[in-house]
Write a protein that binds this ligand. Structure first.
Ligand SMILES: Cc1cc2nc3c(=O)[nH]c(=O)nc-3n(C[C@H](O)[C@H](O)[C@H](O)COP(=O)(O)O)c2cc1C
Length: 190
């Protein structure tokens, strides 16, 4: 599949079924993530793939109410870094940038494997770190919820509508310019 088409296919869908995901598939997702580039090849990304039902259920207890749709998912992957594990220059902590690139490769491989894959920020981070035994210095940046497609009937009305809606993006010229910075690149003031 053409890369742009593959990128278009990735959407943060929420209808995820409970069918387990094969271990070899889950390993391929991490393999894909681990091919990401990083400054000085620091590889500051860490992935904790949670599939064990008891740990998974406890982790799901940290989700915000709005993330109820993740409750059926058979896998949640914790995406972790530490800013000191990669280059720190001026006010730039490259670990986060590199973690993001790895997380995107992880998601694209998941799409290739016919999975629904959805990163979330909405969970109790301190509690999730405690459950997964992640150290205080490490940053649990996001949880990635994934599984094979489920039924949109399990979603609330707003999420059902979103599932069927067109993708929302700002026009390209509001996020890109040629040759110099332009005022149009500032987000509209709120
Ligand atoms: C870091 C991050 C955190 C997110 N957190 C949540 C979340 O807590 N709950 C949720 O339903 N969606 C969450 N999303 C999904 C975004 O809302 C979604 O990516 C965005 O609306 C764009 O839609 P698209 O990914 O389908 O193109 C998150 C996405 C990212 C990248």
């Amino acid at each position: 599949m053409e890369l742009l088409k593959q990128l278009e296919k990735r959407r943060a869908y929420r209808a995820i079924g409970s069918r387990p995901v094969e271990k070899e598939v889950l390993v391929r997702l991490v393999e894909a993530a681990h091919l990401a580039p990083s400054s000085a090849n620091n590889q500051p990304w860490r992935f904790i793939t949670v599939v064990e039902p008891e740990v998974l259920d406890t982790l799901k207890g940290t989700l915000t109410r709005g993330n109820y749709w993740a409750k059926k998912a058979p896998v949640i992957t914790a995406v972790v870094t530490n800013p000191v594990w990669s280059l720190q220059l001026d006010n730039r902590d490259f670990a986060y940038f590199e973690l993001g690139m790895a997380a995107m490769a992880y998601q694209l491989q998941a799409v290739q494997e016919q999975l629904i894959v959805h990163p979330i920020a909405g969970f109790d981070v301190a509690e999730a770190k405690r459950i997964l035994q992640i150290g205080t210095d490490e940053i649990l940046q996001t949880l990635i919820v994934l599984g094979y497609p489920g039924s949109i009937e399990d979603l609330n009305e707003k999420h059902r509508d979103l599932e069927r809606s067109l993708r929302i993006r700002k026009p390209l010229n509001e996020v890109s310019s040629f040759d110099k910075w332009e005022a149009k690149l500032f987000p509209p003031s709120k």
